[in-house]
Design a binder for this molecule. Structure first.
Ligand SMILES: C[S@@+](CC[C@H](N)C(=O)[O-])C[C@H]1O[C@@H](n2cnc3c(N)ncnc32)[C@H](O)[C@@H]1O
Length: 250
């Protein structure tokens, strides 16, 4: 569905039909998907400037424009990236895209089992846990239900990281548009493989336990360190996704 929202080529009629139903709930959903993706690029560039050279991208999705290894390696050619997804289409396309890239790889794993991710040969080969690591959880934790303990998942990654490491994430929110969040929740329950759990600002802020948010904090996605020519919407809450980046202390 996300690939279809972004105008990609790797989607099926059933995905496009679900996105049409999504568009009936929120006509701006494609703009929102692009804004979510654009944040990923800004966050990776910010992290490279902060000295990070290794990334674990959880729920990385079907490769599209501005993949993490492309952004990171354009800025720092030796940057290393491990992607993680449990969708067979995402894994297959990532495997073929990364075949000739010695510094990037994909793990077919479920982020709800962090120990499997951390013990994977790809992570063990490419990630040095004595150096800062950025864990990216872009548009993924809202696919984790309260019973599946999203805070516990983040904590497992936090505890494996050295001081000076980072967490960047985006997350759907029900803070200012609860009706939209409800309708989208119903749509995903009926049409998608994973239900969506939109969360409040406080709940998403709580996922950064052990990380200090950098300015401007947890904000609607277009407001996180926009590029100079980015349009700032009059009503940022129309973009019902929060974004933030936090650093683990020493
Ligand atoms: C909305 S896409 C986000 C893609 C990318 N992170 C971005 O923000 O541009 C969510 C991705 O998370 C993956 N996903 C959902 N639940 C997952 C899980 N439990 N473990 C691994 N991947 C998961 C889906 O397969 C999908 O590729």
């Amino acid at each position: 569905m996300y690939d279809a929202m972004l105008g990609g080529q790797h989607n099926f009629a059933i995905d496009r039909e679900a996105v049409a139903a999504f568009t009936a709930i929120d006509p701006q959903v494609r703009t929102l998907a692009r804004a979510n993706r654009a944040f990923l690029g800004r966050a990776v560039r910010f992290l490279i400037e902060a000295g990070v050279r290794q990334f674990i991208d959880l729920g990385s999705g079907i490769p599209t424009q501005g993949n993490v290894h492309e952004v990171a390696q354009a800025a720092s050619p030796g940057a290393r990236v491990v992607y993680v997804d449990n969708d067979p289409v995402a894994v297959a396309h990532s495997t073929s895209l990364l075949a000739d890239n010695p510094n990037a790889d994909i793990v077919d794993a479920d982020i709800r089992r962090p120990a499997d991710v951390l013990a994977s040969p790809q992570v063990r080969k490419l990630i040095d846990f004595d150096q800062p690591v950025a864990v990216l959880m872009n548009a993924i934790l809202h696919f984790v239900t309260p019973e599946e303990d999203p805070a516990g998942i983040v904590a497992a990654f936090h505890d494996a990281l050295p001081g000076g490491s980072w967490l960047a994430l985006t997350h759907a929110t029900n803070q200012d548009r609860p009706d939209t969040a409800d309708a989208v929740g119903k749509l995903y329950r009926s049409r998608a493989t994973s239900p969506v759990s939109a969360r409040s600002h406080d709940e998403i802020r709580g996922l950064f336990a052990g990380f200090d948010l950098v300015d401007p904090g947890l904000v609607y996605v277009p407001l996180w360190r926009p590029a100079p020519d980015d349009l700032i919407p009059d009503k940022p809450s129309e973009y019902w996704v929060y974004a933030g980046v936090g650093r683990k202390g020493p």
